[in-house]
Design a protein around this ligand. Structure first.
Ligand code: UDP
Ligand code: MG
Length: 138
């Protein structure tokens, strides 16, 4: 499944009305949208999604932040999707994000960094399954 990745437009970027511009950048970047929805998750659900980070000092704040308002969740397709999408979004910390990346343009901090992108093919699959049923993913 190296042609699939998973993204979220995070609460601050959604609330500030950047969704359209971010989706434009994703589509201009050559990705097609296989599934997409707007939803709000609970802190517990955010905790499950980010369970891999449960021992990190930022985990509790991250889970509060990710449940603070609506997000967009989407499954994306492109050749080499995971690596190409990480390149399009830029570094986790916007201070380190390259010019022209989504995080450089829209991230406000290392936490409120506008978008999520899967870090491996395996996690893309797990993350897409977390948000979407087989039927929704087509
Ligand atoms: N994060 C944070 N502080 C940090 C590192 C990460 O608040 O020092 C948040 C940030 O929202 C990031 C998410 O935790 O996107 C997941 O961290 P990860 O290291 O997986 O970064 P990503 O894969 O999103 O670039
Ligand atoms: Mg990550």
């Amino acid at each position: 499944m190296s042609n699939t990745t998973f993204t979220m437009i995070k609460p601050d970027a959604f609330a500030e009305g950047h969704t359209g511009k971010i989706l434009d950048m994703i589509i201009e970047g050559g990705f097609s949208i296989k599934a997409m929805k707007v939803l709000r998750i609970t802190k517990e659900q955010a905790g499950a999604f980010y369970a891999v980070h449960s021992e990190r000092p930022f985990y509790n704040d991250l889970c509060s932040y990710m449940s603070s308002g609506p997000i967009v969740a989407a499954v994306l397709e492109k050749d080499n999707a995971v690596a190409d999408f990480r390149k399009l979004i830029g570094a986790t910390n916007p201070a380190d994000a390259a010019e022209g990346t989504i995080r450089k343009r829209f991230a406000k901090s290392i936490e409120a960094n506008a978008v999520h992108g899967s870090d491996s093919d395996e996690n893309a699959q797990i993350e897409a399954n977390f948000y979407f049923s087989q039927l929704e993913r087509g």
